[in-house]
Ligand binder design. Structure first.
Ligand SMILES: Cc1ncc(COP(=O)(O)O)c(C=O)c1O
Length: 430
């Protein structure tokens, strides 16, 4: 018997729906994940039970020192000096270790508390401000500083970005009768402030020249934009050429206006982790700043930094492990989510959470977009292939080191398969 037209339509609709369901089924995300690999397994084993009882920031000393050796070698090969960026490495013992490993005493500092600590407790360091501090901070600094004031004047460079700030610092120098060395922030294309035209620079240089208490120390031209520009043909190359030209022109202008000869006593600072490799010693800069790359958080996963390895991880215990479920009343949604995506089969509540960090190991864990996040007990979902149990350790990789490294108390330094040292951190400060 031939099917009637209506029955034919129904059969057709049924078979379309069946194929759609089959296609949909095939589109379900495949379950992923695996237990810790050898590296993270060893790192987890290195934490003793006390260390593993709360979230910690773990530093892999061997990786850190390997990164330091590589950066040192690269920068030396370009004939440049290296300046460590203190805000990205915010721990005195960490900075000490890196100064030793990279053979530099030059530090870039971004706030008054670090400046005071470093100026007083590390008298051999050479300190350049990385942002222009309000003159009130400089006033507080001189009021609080206890140490060799004469030596300090030669090892500290304040950063000045406008003629107005130069006038403010000049007034402070006069009030205190204090010799102050100043470095001028120039805009080499980043558009984050600093001297952007010859006229403003000329005005500031005039103020500086007229004031015997102020001494010119150099320029600072940060060029992070060179690593962030879209990879369209020519865009990066022309921005890089522009940055070089602008730097060279400002440097020539400053030396000429002040009647000075170039020499190693000046600080021509440039770059940061994403761009230090662009400086080959042929440009105007005589030093590059590097911080984050030495611990390599994930924002620094750039092709140029590929040889450097991540050296800082958050380690935190699993507090609870169970089938993933949304709260009572909406649990049906999580059942559907679990059915659809087998990577949401299990939920692991970790100690802490909501850091500027992403799950690193075991593989295949992710925050739940359904459950929401928490700084107290964040849930991570997974397929179960991670074979995690309560009290096991999960590792997250920070996206940045600045501010994140300071959220866990002492840094736990792992070397030779065990937690070998604890390094105090500087207080979190922008
Ligand atoms: C002036 C300046 N130089 C250099 C850096 C580079 O720091 P890092 O190497 O940690 O990226 C920064 C970072 O913000 C900066 O502001």
């Amino acid at each position: 018997m031939k099917p009637s037209p209506t029955r034919r339509r129904l059969l057709l609709a049924g078979s379309v729906a069946g194929s759609a369901a089959a296609a949909g089924w095939a589109l379900r995300p495949a379950p992923t994940g695996a237990p810790h690999g050898a590296y993270f397994q060893a790192l987890a084993q290195a934490l003793n039970s006390a260390d593993a009882s709360a979230p910690r920031m773990v530093i892999d000393l061997e990786r850190l020192l390997a990164n330091a050796a590589l950066v040192r070698q690269q920068v030396q090969a370009s004939g440049l000096h290296l300046r460590l960026v203190a805000k990205s490495l915010p721990s005195l013992p960490l900075l000490d270790r890196l100064m030793q490993a990279t053979g530099t005493q030059r530090l870039m500092v971004f706030n008054l508390p670090y400046l005071l600590t470093l100026a007083q407790e590390r008298p051999a360091t050479d300190l350049l401000l990385g942002k222009p501090l309000p003159v009130g901070a400089a006033r507080q600094f001189y009021a609080a500083f206890r140490g060799d004031a004469a030596a300090l004047a030669s090892r500290l460079q304040w950063l000045i970005d406008t003629p107005a700030r130069m006038a403010e610092y000049r007034a402070l120098a006069r009030t205190l009768g204090q010799r102050m060395r100043v470095n001028l922030e120039i805009d080499v294309g980043l558009r984050r402030g600093g001297f952007a035209d010859a006229q403003a620079l000329a005005t500031a240089l005039r103020l500086l020249k007229e004031e015997p208490l102020l001494e010119f120390a150099g320029l600072m031209g940060y060029d992070a934009h060179l690593a962030k520009l879209p990879g369209l043909p020519g865009v990066r190359a022309s921005a890089q050429a522009h940055a070089r030209e602008v730097y060279a022109a400002f440097k020539a202008q400053a030396l000429q206006a002040l009647g000075l000869q170039d020499g190693p006593q000046f600080t021509w600072n440039a770059a940061g982790s994403p761009t230090y490799h662009l400086h080959d010693g042929q440009g105007a800069a005589n030093e590059v700043a590097v911080g984050s790359a030495l611990v390599k958080p994930s924002d620094f996963d750039l092709p140029a930094l590929a040889p450097l390895r991540p050296a800082a991880f958050i380690a935190t215990p699993v507090l609870k492990a169970a089938a993933f479920s949304l709260p009572f009343g909406v649990q049906g949604i999580s059942q559907a989510a679990r059915w659809w995506d087998r990577n949401q089969a299990l939920g692991y509540f970790i100690y802490g959470g909501q850091w500027l960090a992403d799950p690193a190991s075991p593989e295949g864990l992710a925050p739940s977009s359904l459950y929401g996040t928490s700084s107290n007990q964040q849930v991570l979902v997974g397929s179960g292939a991670q074979a995690l149990q309560v009290n096991d350790t999960i590792f997250l990789r920070p996206r940045q080191s600045e501010a994140v490294l300071q959220q866990f108390g002492d840094l736990l330094v792992v070397a030779g398969g065990k937690a070998a040292e604890r390094w105090s951190v500087l207080p979190a400060q922008p």
